[in-house]
Ligand binder design. Sequence first.
Ligand SMILES: *[C@@H]1O[C@H](CO)[C@@H](O)[C@H](O)[C@H]1NC(C)=O
Ligand SMILES: *[C@@H]1O[C@H](CO)[C@@H](O)[C@H](O)[C@H]1NC(C)=O
Ligand SMILES: *[C@@H]1O[C@H](CO)[C@@H](O)[C@H](O)[C@H]1NC(C)=O
Ligand SMILES: *[C@@H]1O[C@H](CO)[C@@H](O)[C@H](O)[C@H]1NC(C)=O
Ligand SMILES: *[C@@H]1O[C@H](CO)[C@@H](O)[C@H](O)[C@H]1NC(C)=O
Length: 413
Amino acid sequence: MKWSGVFLALVVLAQLRLEAAALDNGVARLPPMGWSTWCTENDVLPCYDDFCNEQEIRSVADAMAANGLKDLGYNYIVLDDCWGGGRDAQNNIIPDASRFPSGMKNLTDYIHARGLLFGVYTDVGTTTCRGGRPGSWPFYEQDARVFASWGLDYVKMDWCHEPSGFTAQELYTNMSQALNKTGRPIFFSICEWGRSDPWTWGMKVGNSWRVGPDHLPVWWTPPFQQDPGQGQGTANIIEHMAGLSSYAGPGGWNDPDFLMPGYWWLSENEQISEFSFWCLWASPLIVATDVRVLSDKKHILNKEAIAVNQDKLGIPGDRIANYTDGGQVWAKPLSNGSWAVILYNPNFFESVDIPVSWDQIRGWPAMQQAGNKKALVRDLWKHENQGVWAVGFLGKRVEAHAVRFITVTPYGA
Ligand SMILES: *[C@@H]1O[C@H](CO)[C@@H](O)[C@H](O)[C@H]1NC(C)=O
Ligand SMILES: *[C@@H]1O[C@H](CO)[C@@H](O)[C@H](O)[C@H]1NC(C)=O
Ligand SMILES: *[C@@H]1O[C@H](CO)[C@@H](O)[C@H](O)[C@H]1NC(C)=O
Ligand SMILES: *[C@@H]1O[C@H](CO)[C@@H](O)[C@H](O)[C@H]1NC(C)=O
Ligand SMILES: *[C@@H]1O[C@H](CO)[C@@H](O)[C@H](O)[C@H]1NC(C)=O
């Protein structure tokens, strides 16, 4: 198949360009998947009650190793802003002894023994965003050494109380170099809330960068709430992500923030739309609600959706069409010659028919002549083939806030 050779040559070139620029720390060839402590007391908005003591973390590690999450690829456990206790006489950062009496190395060993990876949160300033816990300033190098000595695999750095006189890029580069000096491959998660267009410099500095303010477990927030430090809903993030795909790829990913499945603020359709987009964007799938209970979180277990997120090409999807009735089309090329496509209805009330024609899809084999513009369509939520479609596909009566998430494979070319 000649066209697929051309297609692959193009995507391989695109990938080489990105990889030349990517941070060379040996991790994040694929988007990370895992769990964070951030929002574990379900139904407390906006997520102020973390699970955060060693018994709770151990119980989540036990659950993830046994309940299928680890097998699906969810393998990071990351403590958000909750664990810090201060500094010792030598200025080494230490955990809150009442929550972590056995120490961090002990907890790392426990988590590693279950085949999972472990990380913590820190901050660019002297104190973190909540609770005045220790941030890393001015001890970036020392903290990096301590984190490496605990055997950590992941460090997230937040943006509260930032020291003045430095750009975000300078501060995060400094921590990135400090982590590099430890010699330990550690995933570095940049979290400056999208303020200084981190997608334009993040690839050289970290393995992911937050693209905007916190993700709240709601569908939509009015624009005045979207300043960094507040939060935004899923629909706001979807709009924000359009156009950012070209900045990310193997080694560094656009981070639209945590997933919070199980929140009743989001309808079933909305949660499915959310997970579909996070998968299409090749974004980190870090779940921040209580994953010891999965009965209300079934959609994060969808293997076909996860396969799109973890596709080895690592090319994030982007918007390819907006229609005047609101319908949108997003697409992402996959390593096996198929495309993942989302037909999305952002309208507040109205259902719409959403069409996609194959020649709207960038890279679609040009040699497919009229009369042979056929493709096999599979629905990733129904887990069913939808037959062979000539010219394009029509998502019929897609409900407000809902998606059709499909893969499309050129057929009989
Ligand atoms: C540190 O940076 C060098 C140069 O980019 C790279 O070759 C090396 O793998 C990095 N090591 C770690 C642990 O990140
Ligand atoms: C470290 O963890 C193990 C269990 O993983 C436990 O048996 C042991 O007592 C802990 N050590 C300390 C010093 O608490
Ligand atoms: C960056 O790191 C170096 C040590 O590697 C340190 O001397 C310097 O002060 C740091 N600069 C900033 C802006 O953090
Ligand atoms: C390609 O991979 C995707 C994601 O796993 C899958 O949905 C699609 O059916 C695959 N296509 C082929 C032709 O196997
Ligand atoms: C979709 O609409 C937005 C806002 O009107 C516009 O900026 C963007 O270029 C459009 N994108 C596509 C792919 O049509």
